[in-house]
Design a protein around this ligand. Structure first.
Ligand code: BTN
Length: 243
C-alpha cells in the first residue's frame, strides 16, 4: 500500500481526490498530514487538530459491487474498522454516534468524512477521511472532544495508530460484500450510542423532541421510536442528538 506523508496541506481528503483525478488509483492509497490548514468536517464544518498531535489521514479504498443506494455500508465498515483499531489500542467504552462519530464513553475521539468516487454513475472507490485525536489534551470550544491521551493517560505513536487503523480498514473492506451486509449492520447497531435509551433530538427547523434510537435503515437513516409507538426515519440534515 502507498502511504504518503506530508507536512502541511489544506485537507487530506481534497489532496487525495485531486491525486486520484490526475492518475486513477488501482489500489489502496493513504495520505497523512502533520497539519491540515483547512481540515473538513461533516456538513461543511471545520475539523480542528493541533499540528503534530493527532492522526489526520485519508485513505482511498477501491469499492466494487456496491450500488450507490448502498453507500452507507462504506460508512458502517469504516466505523467498525476504527472501533476495531481503538479496541486494539486498549480504548474502552467505544460507541458509534450516528452516523459515524466514534466516542469513548461520551467523548468524541474520532471523526470520519467519506467522499464517494463515482464513474459513469457507479461507485468505484471512496476517499475515507479519518481524524483520530491522539495526543492533544485541550480542545478550544469543543467540550465533548476527547483523545487517546486523555483516556489512556499516555502519548501514543501516531504512525503506529495509523498502521493499526489501515490493517483494520483492509480487513473490514474485505467483508464489504452484499452477503455480509446484514451482519455488518447488526454489528454497527450493537455499537450505536444511546440505542434503546430515551434521548433528546433537535430538529433542523427548530424545536426538540424525545425519542429512542432503535436501528438504521439500509440507506443510513436513523430510526427513532417516537411517542405512540411510531418509528420515524431521519437523515443527517434533519436532526441532531443532544448529549
Ligand atoms: C467530522 O466532522 O466529524 C468529520 C471529521 C473528519 C476529519 C478528517 S481529518 C482527515 C480528513 N481530512 C479532512 O479534511 N477531514 C478528514
Amino acid at each position: 500500500m502507498d502511504i504518503i506523508k506530508v507536512d502541511a496541506i489544506d485537507s487530506t481528503n481534497t489532496f487525495l481526490r485531486e491525486l486520484n483525478r490526475q492518475k486513477q488509483f488501482d489500489g489502496t492509497v493513504c495520505v497523512m498530514a502533520r497539519e491540515q490548514l483547512a481540515g473538513k468536517g461533516q456538513m461543511g464544518t471545520v475539523w480542528q487538530s493541533k499540528p503534530g498531535k493527532n492522526l489526520t489521514c485519508s485513505v482511498f479504498m477501491i469499492v466494487e459491487g456496491i450500488e450507490l443506494v448502498e453507500q452507507f455500508f462504506i460508512s458502517i465498515a469504516t466505523s467498525l474498522a476504527v472501533c476495531d483499531a481503538l479496541k486494539d489500542l486498549m480504548v474502552t467504552k467505544l460507541s458509534i454516534k450516528w452516523p459515524n462519530d466514534i466516542l469513548s464513553d461520551r467523548q468524541k475521539i474520532c471523526g470520519i468524512l467519506i467522499e464517494n468516487v463515482v464513474k459513469n454513475g457507479s461507485l468505484i472507490g471512496a476517499i475515507i477521511g479519518i481524524g483520530i485525536n491522539v495526543n492533544q489534551l485541550e480542545f478550544d470550544n469543543l467540550p465533548q472532544a476527547g483523545s487517546l491521551k486523555k483516556i489512556l493517560g499516555k502519548n501514543l505513536d501516531i504512525e503506529e495508530v495509523l498502521h493499526v487503523l489501515l490493517s483494520k480498514l483492509e480487513n473490514r473492506f474485505s467483508q464489504l460484500v452484499v452477503s455480509n451486509f446484514s451482519v455488518l449492520k447488526k454489528e454497527y447497531e450493537s455499537l450505536l450510542f444511546r440505542k434503546n435509551k430515551p434521548s433528546t433530538f433537535l430538529r433542523a427547523e427548530g424545536g426538540s423532541f424525545v425519542g429512542i434510537i432503535r436501528s438504521i435503515t439500509n440507506e443510513g437513516k436513523l430510526q427513532v421510536l417516537l411517542e405512540d409507538e411510531i418509528i420515524t426515519s431521519f437523515d443527517l440534515k434533519e436532526i441532531r442528538l443532544l448529549y
